[in-house]
Design a protein around this ligand. Structure first.
Ligand SMILES: *Cc1c(COP(=O)(O)O)cnc(C)c1O
Length: 422
């Protein structure tokens, strides 16, 4: 065993969160745990999920419609069971968050209210190379309102080596185009580069120019320590199947700042957003419930919410402070290993400053796509699971709830052995 590996084992032994790993199913490779670094794409399954799902099936079987009121976790107020956990996860007031729909759907529904283009101010600002769904979403919203993405979709290009974006570039763009921008839709963490952004600063800059600001926190929720309320952002949306471990296609999250709790902004309404005191009077007139819950459309999918409830309990138990502290150590350790041992194979694209990144390191494989694919497949064949982003990037995301320092060494040992001829 290398000195390095012994040091990593000591770090794992001293990790105050080490017990949480046993709360998850770790996928196997030839009889041993995978080195799973794909929690940025699909988080692992908490062991308690199965029983939580079976409970809902049992309540449905035994009680039928009455499980809405008499189940172990009554379905009628079920979304409220995740409210506190969700608020803690993203640094919001309980009234500012809701679990509903899916991520892209939430972006659209929130843009219905928060993207209100006018002839003088029609534009949306996003980052160049945004996640395709977000780009399709904003482009279709611009067209829906009769404007033209060719002029009214502003895509800010990366200005730093490696493809990241400086705060100065954001500031310059807002100074130049802010008067035309109706909405800034920005990532909390950019999915391709792993760059994390200062939500509060971006919000202040955008608000100073009269723009509404929303964040896509797909890669931020359950990863960064967020303070959505204090950062002042108007709205945000995120999914729960990445860092939040709630299963494929899990119910997503949405945030609407308290200042919009009661608003004249238009919205697409549904009965579940109606004032809860009178919802079942079934009257013809929509009266929204104040806060984020007023954007709900439908009664929630209980089978899809059960894993989220379990998962949020784990986050509450571990605490975002401790998770973030371990995450910075894991990611820092990984970067140091790469730099000392395989700097002639991998370039770290993600910013080095811990304030500008979360769990993920995006690693550009030197020598181009074919070489990159070869390395990626070599790793896969050894049970080391990251993910691939065209044309030449491997994303590796050590997750503090279940990854270990020794997992990082397995990765770097494998890269080294590939470089040296397999
Ligand atoms: C993962 C991800 C999505 C996925 O959208 P769904 O509606 O959940 O399928 C969208 N945008 C970003 C930035 C993502 O990272």
């Amino acid at each position: 065993m290398s000195m390095d590996m012994a040091a990593a084992q000591a770090l794992d032994a001293a990790d105050p969160l080490r017990e949480f790993r046993s709360r998850f199913h770790i996928p196997q490779h030839e009889g041993v745990d995978q080195a799973y670094f794909c929690g940025n794409s699909l988080g692992l399954q908490p062991r308690a999920v199965r029983a939580a799902l079976v409970q809902e099936l049992d309540d449905w079987a035994a009680l039928g419609v009455e499980a809405h009121f008499r189940g172990k976790h009554p379905w009628m107020p079920y979304h409220a069971e995740v409210r506190e956990g969700l608020a803690a996860l993203v640094g919001a007031l309980p009234s500012e968050v809701v679990a509903m729909n899916s991520l892209t759907a939430n972006l659209h529904f929130l843009m219905v209210s928060f993207y209100r283009p006018t002839r003088e101010r029609p534009a949306i600002l996003i980052e160049a190379g945004a996640f395709p769904s977000d780009r399709y979403g904003v482009e279709s919203q611009i067209r829906f309102h009769g404007f033209d993405p060719a002029t009214d979709l502003i895509e800010l290009a990366a200005d730093e080596p490696g493809g990241t974006i400086s705060m100065e570039a954001i500031e310059r763009t807002l100074a130049e185009h802010g008067h035309r921008i109706a909405l800034v839709l920005w990532p909390g963490v950019q999915y391709r580069t792993g760059q994390a952004f200062d939500l509060k600063r971006i919000t202040e800059l955008a608000h100073a120019r009269g723009c509404v600001v929303g964040f896509d926190l797909a890669h931020g929720a359950g990863n960064l320590k967020l303070a959505l309320h204090d950062s002042g952002v108007d709205f945000a949306a995120w999914c729960h199947y990445k860092y939040c471990n709630s299963g494929p296609g899990a119910v997503a999250g949405a945030f609407v700042h308290e200042r919009h709790a009661v608003t004249d902004r238009p919205r697409f309404a549904g009965w579940w957003g109606h004032d809860q005191a009178t919802r079942f009077k079934m009257g013809p007139e929509f009266r929204p419930t104040p806060g984020a819950e007023g954007w709900q459309l439908s009664n929630p999918p209980i089978l899809a919410l059960a894993p989220l409830r379990v998962s949020l309990d784990l986050f509450a138990e571990a605490g975002m402070d401790r998770l973030r502290a371990k995450s910075e150590k894991l990611t820092g350790h990984l970067e140091a290993l790469i730099q000392s041992r395989v700097a002639n194979v991998l370039d770290v694209v993600t910013p080095a400053d811990p304030a500008r990144r979360g769990c993920q390191l995006s690693l550009r494989v030197q020598g181009g796509r074919e070489r990159g694919r070869a390395l990626f497949e070599f790793l896969e064949a050894r049970g080391i699971v990251g993910d691939w982003r065209e044309p030449d990037v491997i994303r590796i995301s050590p997750v503090p709830l279940y990854n270990r320092f020794t997992d990082l060494h397995r990765f770097v040992d494998a890269v080294e052995s590939w470089r040296d001829g397999g």
